[in-house]
Design a protein around this ligand. Structure first.
Ligand code: NAG
Ligand code: NAG
Length: 429
């Protein structure tokens, strides 16, 4: 940054009479309602984006991300080091990122500008840049339609120079949705005074899905339309915390294929909270569910055996087990193959039917949509299983950050709807 621009930045931050992060409820219509934003999937990178930035390009959704970051103009709002939010921005610094000198809370320099540490979840690269305030915009919603526009400020980070900007083309940055205090759902809850809960319905390629922050109903068009949130709130799964990061984990006690338990090493799926390793986590930046080798190999073997009658096709990268599409039957829940059950406490399952376990890669070929964790995969905290984007698509996921719970719907095709069925026509409030 040139000396001249640096001076302008400082002058601009000093001109802010009232720091924007104290303007709770800025521009909102009372009473507070949950807000709705559109999600899309970029078919070339398999990343999901959220349209939440005021007048700007969408942001990549990172379910485990600690903060928001986006490209800033040379002259942008900054945050003083002595503000309490600077302490929060510093504390939620990814473990793998080195601190830089300067920009730290507690500085005695009254012109000190707070530094934040944005992280590229796709490449695993860290950087540092000015903490700033970002103007976000979305629609208030009754859970059925958008109602009216709402804009508000959130604390975020500028994008650092260089390789961090290599995200999907057309994205302006990253929106972190983790349980940490500067994530998008945490800031929406505190700024707009709505419930600390969000609903995520990820679309498949080419479609639009929806996210609702702040609780309330979540309705999808079907014949007749279905409200799903109330039912999901009745019997959610407890989320587990990994003290090393803000990602969402849940307890899985076993894996079964075609109702037969897959033999796995003892405690293979457990989260080691002390070391922050292992466990089953959810990710929107991992395109396909990725499993540690000691889990992937027995699962692949069991699925191979359960589908032994189906003619194979040459593997298509990155997958290693593929089938001839013409040989597969189909059901409402996708290709007709054995189910995979992630066995949960209390005898429940997170079931992956053919629509979630097999992906069509070209006209002739369908592949087993799971990957073995390898040295090339970006895996902060080295979990045992990362439930990836393809397996989360067309499910309604309801994260309650107050209670630490996750409601999940199962594949929505089972009730003849999907995430692209949110009605984005403006409704009347
Ligand atoms: C959960 O999955 C296991 C293994 O496939 C199966 O035995 C059990 O019946 C399933 N439970 C329910 C409630 O469907
Ligand atoms: C979508 O919402 C609008 C506004 O509430 C409504 O008029 C329309 O009938 C809805 N569309 C469908 C297909 O139900």
């Amino acid at each position: 940054m040139s000396r001249h621009v640096r001076t302008l930045v400082l002058v601009f931050s000093l001109l802010l009479v009232s720091p924007p992060w104290t303007l709770a409820g800025y521009q909102q219509h009372p009473p507070s309602k949950p807000i709705l934003a559109r999600l899309t999937k970029d078919p070339s990178t398999s990343l999901y984006t959220i349209s939440i930035k005021y007048g700007g390009a969408p942001l990549v959704v990172d379910l485990a991300g600690p903060l928001l970051w986006t490209r800033c103009p040379p002259v942008h709002r900054t945050i003083p080091c002595r503000s309490s939010v600077c302490r929060v921005a510093n504390r939620n610094h990814p473990a793998s990122c080195a601190y830089t000198s300067g920009g730290q809370p507690g500085s005695t320099d009254r012109y000190c500008v707070c530094t934040a540490y944005p992280y590229n979840p796709v490449t695993g690269q860290c950087g540092h840049a000015d903490a700033t305030t970002v103007t976000l915009s979305a629609s208030a919603t009754d859970g059925k339609n958008p109602l009216f526009p709402v804009s508000f400020y959130a604390v975020g980070s500028c994008a650092p120079d260089g390789p961090l900007t290599s995200l999907t083309s057309g994205a302006a940055g990253v929106a972190g949705l983790s349980r940490l205090p500067l994530s998008l759902p945490s800031q929406v809850a505190s700024t707009l005074k709505v419930a600390k809960e969000f609903a995520l319905c990820l679309p498949g390629g080419g479609d639009s899905g929806a996210a609702i922050f702040g609780g309330g109903p979540f309705q999808l068009l079907a014949a007749p339309p279905v409200e799903l949130a109330e039912g999901l709130r009745k019997d959610p799964l407890p989320l587990l915390k990994n003290p090393m990061n803000g990602a969402y984990y849940f307890r899985v006690i076993g894996v079964a294929v075609n109702l037969v338990r897959v033999p796995l090493p003892r405690r293979a799926l457990d989260l080691n909270a002390r070391r922050g390793t292992g466990g089953v986590t959810l990710s929107t930046v991992t395109p396909y569910t990725t499993l540690r080798s000691d889990i992937y190999r027995p699962l692949r073997k069991a699925f191979d055996a359960a589908t032994s009658g189906i003619p194979r096709a040459a593997p298509v990268k990155p997958f290693d087990m593929c089938y001839q599409a013409s040989a597969l039957g189909s059901t409402r829940l996708g290709f007709a193959v054995a189910n995979i059950d992630l066995m949960l406490d209390g005898g429940r399952n997170w079931t992956l039917p053919g629509g979630s376990s097999l992906v069509q890669v070209n006209e002739q070929t369908v592949c087993f949509a799971f990957l073995e964790m390898g040295s090339t995969t970006v895996v902060p905290g080295s979990p045992a299983v990362i439930l990836g984007g393809f397996q989360l698509e067309n499910h309604l996921l309801l994260f309650n950050l107050e209670k630490g719970t996750l409601g999940f719907s199962g594949l929505l095709a089972g009730i003849r709807t999907g995430c692209s069925n949110f009605n984005f026509t403006m409704g009347t409030s």
